[in-house]
Design a protein around this ligand. Sequence first.
Ligand code: GLU
Length: 502
Amino acid sequence: MMAKKDVRVRYAPSPTGFLHIGNAQSALFNYLFAKHFGGTMVLRIEDTDLKRNVASGEKSQMDNLRWLGIDWDEGPDKPNPKYAPYHQTERRDLYDKYITELMDKGLAYKDFATEDELKEMRDKQRANKEAPHYDGRWYGASEADIKAAEDKGLPYTIRLHLPKDHTYEWDDIVRGKVEFNSDNLGGDFIIQKSDGLPTYNFAVVVDDHLMDITDVLRGDDHIANTPKQMAVYDALGWKHPNFGHISLIYNPKTGKKLSKRDKDTLQFISEYKREGYLREAIFNFIAFLGWSPVGEKEIFTKDELIKAYDPKRMSKSPAFFDQHKLDWINSQYIKSMSSSEIADRVVELVEEGQTPIAKKIQEDDIPNLHDYAEHVIDIYKHSVFKLTEIMEYVDFYYNILGQDIDYSKLNDFSHEDLEKLFNALEDKIHEASENGQNKGLDYGPIVNEVGKETGMKGKKLYFPLNVIFTGDTSAPQVAQIMGLFSPSVISALINKALRGIE
Ligand code: GLU
């Protein structure tokens, strides 16, 4: 691990929705940054936009981060007394204190302009082909005007006064040198809303400073906020942290930033989970959205990513969301994990019952679901991308007697041959179960013997078995699949087939 002193980073969601893939990307890079440099990751809840907060937003953020394996060292649930509280709505005294300080220094002021006045101002500016900006009309207002407005009880906001023609410049961790001129920031901006709560650009500075944050890594949709935040640092006489603006995720189909309206892409981490993506695969996949390691290797465990992470390798170009790659990564993890471990995950999804297939399996009420799923996984782990596919096989085989099997697929085979084959199979199984081998029957040797006895092999032997036991003309390991059924179910399937081919 590279030594970097006392790194403290934060992930600061607004609980206005569930954990989105873009949120997860910010959280993940902060996590990798903290862990790589042996630092501390803070979780702070930016809940000052009361109208936009949703009740379960915070819980969803926390639950899904934990599910992904992104854990924080400090946060609402793990307060460090030196820095608590971690909800912005509980830190109002702090913001008020610094707002007062700025007002006293003449760096911030009350603005009593009404919404209508502000709109008219902007409309005029647009008509004059100027970029809309606050024109500073209440900056330097006389004591008398302020008092008159206050006496009328007019609502007001508090704005920070910006210096003229000042360059805000920083060495961005991702983008290198970035600069903005204070004249292009839309004028003096609001730091306290009329409801008395601070704005994001103000609260974030007070918190990042008081929480000793050393590096701010966030989505590059915030890049234009950074000069405003630097103005707040300057006004308060504080040193700003390092900033890094992570490339946003783009939809390759639209060529635009991934939007919540893009129906072709799953948006929330909970949806990925429900659809049967493994947390390890999602973690691995997101780490490559905006970053890449040296070399060609693409499958990295969390620990490998922590080790390999290098902020210098964060990319400035858009991170394109590649569904095929995600599916491929997920399939690699499914292949490499033990069937029992994957069965645990399947059981977890079934218990949560959040998809139609999970609900269906709940209704199936399979006596030992874990072992049943494990058996199915042994058969299919090399050919599936997602756990939901495994769940579909589980449900299909558990209900095999009710499945519609298309026996016309066997039309190329003679009746006589099929009957001979099916009857021989039935006899062999009967024999084996007579010998007390009822449970855990190994169908491999049985199928081999049937082959020898009937003189059928290859396609002639396996194609019909595939059709009657899986409904499909090709299947991996039909003998293993037969192991999912009891001898009586097998016998029923054989009889169904004998009727079906008539
Ligand atoms: N609450 C902000 C957001 O969710 C945090 C931005 C930041 O990290 O500064 O976008």
